[in-house]
Each structure stands twice: as C-alpha cells, then as structure tokens.
Design a protein around this ligand. Structure first.
Ligand code: SME
Length: 167
C-alpha cells in the first residue's frame, strides 16, 4: 500500500470524509493498535495542521502518552486531572474553546489555545483518549466531534482486551 496521504482542499467536513476513508484503509491493513494510532495521529495532523495531535492510553490510574505529532508533551495524566483526565473520568467528549478558562487545564505548550478530547471506548470501558490542541481559540466544533467519534470507534476495534495494559 502506498504511504501517501491525500488531503482535500475543501471544507472541514470534506477533509474529514477523505481522511476517514484513508483511516479505514489503514485499519483494514494493520491491526496493531499502536501502529494504527501512530499513523492516525500523523494523518489528522497533516490534514489540519494542528499544534498537537495524539493519544493517551489508560494504564492503571493514569493516562500515559501514546503516539503523537507535535511538541513535547506531558507523559502521565491522573484520572480526573486536566481536560484528558476529566474526559476519562466523566466518560465524555470535551471541547474547550479557551484553555485558560478550563479549571485544571494542563498546559503542555503555552501556544495551545483550544482543545478537543474524545475518549476511545470499548463497550463501556475507556481505554484511551484522542487529544488535539490548536493555536487558535475555539478551533473545534460539532464537525470535529462527529468525525473524531467515528475515528475513535474505528480505532477501538483494533484494541485487544487480552493485551490491555500491555501496550
Ligand atoms: N492539555 C491536556 C494535556 C495534554 S497536552 O495538551 C498534549 C489536558 O489538560 O489534559
């Protein structure tokens, strides 16, 4: 398979639609979760040019840094801490228009202005989150939520429960 990413020049929705097709192909060809996450982080990052795009994976009482693209990031986030730990604890997506207004936000980069976090669920269990940071205020909206949920659903199918906690 050619390792070439096609990026739509159209709307955000059109960009996501083309991205999702290509993520589908990745998953068809590769079942290793970390390998899939690594390419998905790269594909989202290249498509939209965000500041930081990556994954945190549940390990014990922490989220531990997974594959990502962008500046150096904190490696561990406790349950209920920051935007990621809150999304994990509350089992919900979180869109933050202005990170300075989110109590307890963990600033890995002072350039980050807005953020979206979508949990990766296997049934009721949360096994990780996708986290994206933008240098622009209020960069994320309903379109991001809809497509990032589709992306996390597709990725969760590659999780092997017998291998959880052993990434
Ligand atoms: N801002 C996140 C921490 C992770 S970095 O953004 C990569 C948070 O508050 O959980």
């Amino acid at each position: 398979m050619a390792e070439h990413l096609e990026v739509s020049q159209g709307s955000k929705k059109e960009k996501y639609e083309l991205l999702l097709k290509q993520i589908g192909l990745q998953i068809e060809n590769e079942k290793d979760t970390i390998a899939v996450m690594a390419n998905v982080a790269s594909m989202i990052h290249e498509t939209f040019g965000y500041l930081w795009t990556g994954f945190y994976l549940v390990k014990g009482d922490c989220l531990v840094l997974g594959p990502f693209q962008g500046p150096l990031a904190c490696t561990r986030i406790k349950y209920g801490k920051g935007v990621c730990g809150t999304a994990w604890k509350e089992g919900r997506d979180i869109v933050v228009d202005d990170v300075d207004k989110f109590p307890g936000h963990i600033a890995c980069s002072s350039k980050s202005k807005s953020e979206i976090v979508v949990p990766i669920k296997r049934g009721e269990e949360i096994c990780g989150v996708i986290d994206i940071d933008s240098e622009k205020i209020a960069a994320f909206d309903e379109t991001d939520l809809i497509f990032l949920r589709e992306i996390t659903d597709a990725i969760s199918d590659t999780f092997n429960p017998s291998e959880s906690n052993s990434f």
